[in-house]
Write a protein that binds this ligand. Structure first.
Ligand SMILES: [Zn+2]
Length: 418
């Protein structure tokens, strides 16, 4: 990604603000040998700086409640405070100033416009307006001028009714929920009517070719993926009608890097490169983050898209958190699901990986539960070996027997792990 003079100026200003207002970054940067903002230099030298990990933010907030030593504002200057789902129990608070909220709305407007949403188009959404940052995306639909129909999370009957009565052209939800709705509608012989655009995000499935084809044929609609990251911005990436990866929507506000997740080395952004995405805020007021490790493993493209946009594109491969290593081979559960999906309609597309032991390193064969016709199990195992270079133990299970979710579907289950 080319760095403009404007990006560099914003970066330098953000670094100066971190030294001035964030005790966490002042200490962190000084400990790394950077006495002050001039020593940090420009954005071209960013790879010399330490990363920020999610765990550091949790520790910072626990040590200095309520917003943490990393926050660059007093709580009285916050206009809104979101929180994470807090899998470890305690939520992590994410404050935004009024300017931060406006910036997020503009990033979201760009993302959903990139998906093809237009003024006057009806869009039904299933995001909660509750505590999570996904709710911030709701403002983007009005910013575009859409007729927005929020039905909230987990309200499938209300969603089906809205599709029947209000005939929305677009739906925004998680890919697994979109599939669940399609399956339910088929079982009830309910028409999915006017929906021609399905915007999916919140989990990686929307980028998997097999899963996407299944969704598109079930709905008779086109699938466009989006991706956000709570600590950075909601709805940060959006796919255009070329369906060639998600375009970056925050140029000028957020700087993106690609790194090797094992060594932490910066990688060159070039067509086809893969690695972990790392983000730096350039103009965030409340809780600016520096080199934040997203744990999202992605493939990137820097060349211009056929749509004419030149913004960086990505396709998410999986979470580096979910990655397993089977005899030295990196295995992403979402990649396993993608291979399994090639066997549709003899499989439903749902899978669950049940490692035999805790931790990243696993011995083959790796147990993979697959919903579908038992006769196809051997062929799936062969295909996984050929495509992903590890040996699975494919266990076929009955359709609809694996857990479904209206938010994030879990592909890894350690309940049988020793
Ligand atoms: Zn494009």
């Amino acid at each position: 990604m080319s760095v403009t003079a404007q990006t560099d100026a914003l970066y330098r200003r953000q670094i100066a603000a971190l030294y001035e207002r964030s005790a966490f970054y002042r200490h962190k940067l000084r400990a790394a040998g950077f006495a002050g903002a001039p020593a940090v230099g420009g954005v071209a030298e960013i790879a010399r700086l330490p990363f920020t990990e999610k765990d550091e933010l949790r520790a910072s907030q626990a040590a200095q409640p309520p917003l943490g030593a990393h926050a660059a504002i007093d709580i009285s200057q916050a206009a809104r405070i979101y929180s994470t789902s807090g899998t470890s129990g305690t939520p992590l608070y994410i404050p935004l100033t009024r300017a931060d909220i406006e910036q997020w709305r503009e990033i979201g407007r760009r993302t959903y416009s990139c998906n093809g949403l237009k003024a006057l188009e009806r869009v039904v959404t299933t995001y909660g307006a509750g505590p999570f940052v996904a709710g911030a995306s709701l403002a983007a639909f009005e910013a575009i001028g859409c007729v927005h129909i929020p039905v909230g999370v987990g309200n499938t009957e209300r969603l089906l009714t809205a599709i029947q009565k209000l005939a929305p052209e677009a739906l925004a939800c998680t890919p697994s929920y979109a599939l669940h709705i399609a399956e339910l509608a088929a079982s009830k012989a309910v028409s999915l009517g006017a929906v021609k655009r399905i915007i999916v995000g919140g989990e990686p499935g929307g980028g998997e070719e097999g899963f996407r084809r299944k969704l598109e044929s079930a709905w008779g609609a086109k699938v466009y993926e989006i991706m956000g990251i709570g600590d950075i911005a909601a709805s940060l990436w959006g796919e255009c009608p070329e369906q060639a990866g998600m375009h970056f929507s925050a140029e000028g506000w957020i700087h993106v890097e690609l790194i090797d997740p094992d060594s932490g080395e910066a990688l060159e952004m070039r067509d086809g490169a893969t690695g972990e995405l790392v983000y730096t805020h350039l103009a965030r007021e409340a809780a600016p983050l520096l080199r934040f490790r997203s744990r999202d493993h992605a493939r990137v493209w820097t060349s211009a898209c056929d749509c004419g946009r030149t913004a960086l594109r990505v396709r998410c491969i999986g979470r580096t958190d979910d990655m397993l290593i089977v005899r030295g081979v990196n295995v992403f559960p979402s990649a396993v699901r993608e291979v399994v999906a090639r066997f549709q309609p003899r499989v439903t597309g749902a899978i669950l990986i049940r490692p035999r032991r805790r931790g990243v390193k696993q011995d083959p064969p790796l147990p993979v539960l697959v919903e579908g016709d038992a006769a196809v199990g051997e062929a799936i195992a062969k295909e996984i070996r050929a495509a992903l270079l590890f040996t699975p133990e494919v266990r076929m299970v009955a359709p609809q027997s694996l857990p479904r979710s209206d938010y994030k579907v879990k592909l890894l289950d350690y309940s049988e792990a020793a």
